[in-house]
Design a binder for this molecule. Structure first.
Ligand SMILES: Cc1cc2nc3c(=O)[nH]c(=O)nc-3n(C[C@H](O)[C@H](O)[C@H](O)COP(=O)(O)OP(=O)(O)OC[C@H]3O[C@@H](n4cnc5c(N)ncnc54)[C@H](O)[C@@H]3O)c2cc1C
Length: 439
């Protein structure tokens, strides 16, 4: 009798833009194949959160202009729908010789053990654990600033901002919000907070706009350094017109309870501070069983997306650093890069795992970048690929393009019809539900 055919085990850690798209499409494919033949790969997704949110919309969850309960995809439901296994857990250690990932225990907010430590064996491992803001070692950031790098953090910020707004209204306290970092996250959060205050005033929060101030602080000479200069200038003008105080060329050297300390010892007074500057990968990657990382903890990968030290371990999205041949810099940490890298593995990983074929090199197509100023405006530059390279977008077209990025991600997760229904439900909700969180 022939020995049973072992099914190759694909383990994906991180169910974000890259990881969840990959797990969903591979899961569906493997489930279809498994009906016809034995030895089809199994797909397991690991994440330390229970639900996925399209990260580029976290600022709207932080501001409360989107409701997280309507926008999240729970991993267990997605696993059942798409045919992969979901294991809740936090990657902490890796044993490459045994081909095992070690997951730390997960605890409930009150400290009770929720999921004990686990060990999961793999044949192919895909790391897609994303990134977080980089405090660059600035003193006081971790103690005094909130961040909005995850669903949990964005919700925590929103709870805080709702409480502070209530105190503003009922106790006459002023609320001064300072956002550090004039990249897309900081700019988009500032505009969403303006929209929040204007909407809150429409729900009867009179006097709030006079009591609340928003300051956006950027160390570099202009906002949105990754965008063309004309977009940076237009965004600054628009934000100032909305009442946001923009401080460029203003490095923050420390943070204390009552505000941001500047180089010359001056202080930007603030009662609520958000750190949205810089990007780095999670710290644990720097000590992951000898895998090569750069100074931002990103795993250095080859053009095949395999890590430089281990051909069975791939890294995608923000947690990876890929410098393509001939390029001056590594690819930026954007949803566009994460999505295209996931598509590359969706296309080629099955034949690598099942037939032992070599993984082809990844090719990146830069379709440009978009930034939205809540419902007020949007800007985009069309990148270096295709007919419209270098063209800039503005207004409704840019806003629509931004919306389409999210809706196409939803369609990839849920299929065209379910994705379209979710979009329709969101449209209906804009007419039947409050435009901001009021609970
Ligand atoms: C507010 C904001 C606005 C943005 N706007 C844009 C935009 O307009 N356009 C754009 O292209 N990009 C934008 N970005 C960047 C974009 O969101 C990221 O580049 C993209 O999400 C990266 O995808 P990823 O799959 O690498 O990581 P993520 O989407 O961040 O997913 C990482 C996943 O890994 C999980 N994870 C982390 N650590 C562990 C661990 N130890 N164990 C288990 N699981 C773990 C997390 O829970 C998460 O689910 C924005 C980012 C932010 C924060």
């Amino acid at each position: 009798m022939n020995p049973p055919i072992e099914a190759p085990r694909i383990v994906i850690v991180g169910g974000g833009v890259a990881g969840l798209e990959l797990a969903t499409v591979l899961g569906r494919r493997c489930r279809r194949q498994a009906r016809r033949r034995v030895g089809t790969p199994t797909v397991t997704l690991v994440d330390h959160d229970a639900a996925h949110v399209w990260k580029p919309m976290l600022h709207t969850i932080a501001a409360g202009t989107s409701d997280v309960s309507q926008q999240q995809t729970t991993y267990l439901a997605q696993a059942r729908e798409a045919g992969f296994a979901f294991r809740p857990g936090e990657l902490g250690e890796l044993d490459r010789s045994a081909r095992e990932v070690r997951l730390r225990a997960l605890y409930a907010p009150d400290g009770r053990l929720a999921v004990p430590e686990q060990i999961i064996a793999y044949d192919t491992l895909v790391l897609a654990v994303g990134s977080k803001a980089n405090d660059f070692g600035t003193p006081g950031v971790l103690q005094h600033c909130l961040m909005i790098d995850s669903r949990v953090q964005a919700e925590a910020f929103n709870r805080e901002v709702r409480l502070r707004m209530l105190q503003c209204l009922t106790q006459g306290a002023d609320l001064s919000i300072a956002i550090v970092g004039g990249g897309a996250t900081g700019v988009e959060l500032a505009a969403s907070l303006v929209q929040l205050t204007v909407s809150a005033a429409a729900y009867g929060a009179r006097g709030l706009t006079d009591r609340l101030s928003i300051t956006l602080v950027e160390a570099g000479p202009r906002l949105l350094p990754a965008f063309p200069e004309d977009i940076s200038a237009a965004v600054q003008t628009q934000l100032e017109a909305l009442g946001v105080q923009v401080r460029i060329a203003t490095p923050v050297t420390a943070v204390q309870a009552d505000g941001l300390v500047l180089g010359a010892g001056n202080l930007i007074a603030a009662s609520l501070m958000v750190w949205a500057a810089g990007v780095k990968a999670p710290d644990f990657l720097a000590n992951l069983d000898g895998l090569e990382t750069n100074r931002n903890n990103q795993l250095v990968v080859k053009p095949t997306l395999a890590t430089t030290q281990d051909a069975n371990i791939y890294a995608l999205g923000d947690c990876s650093s890929l410098k393509l041949p001939g390029a001056e810099r590594p690819l930026p940490p954007t949803a566009q890069v994460a999505h295209q890298q996931a598509q590359h593995l969706i296309r080629y990983l099955p034949q690598v795992v099942e037939q032992g074929k070599p993984m082809p090199d990844f090719a990146y197509h830069d379709f440009g970048s978009l930034v939205s100023l809540a419902d007020y405006d949007a800007f985009g530059s069309l990148g270096n690929f295709g007919l419209f390279k270098g063209v800039t977008l503005h207004g409704r077209l840019a806003h629509f393009s931004q919306v389409m990025l999210y809706r196409s991600h939803q369609a990839r997760l849920h299929g065209f019809w379910r994705g379209s229904l979710l979009w329709l439900v969101d449209r209906i909700n804009t007419h039947v539900r409050p435009s901001i969180r009021l609970d």
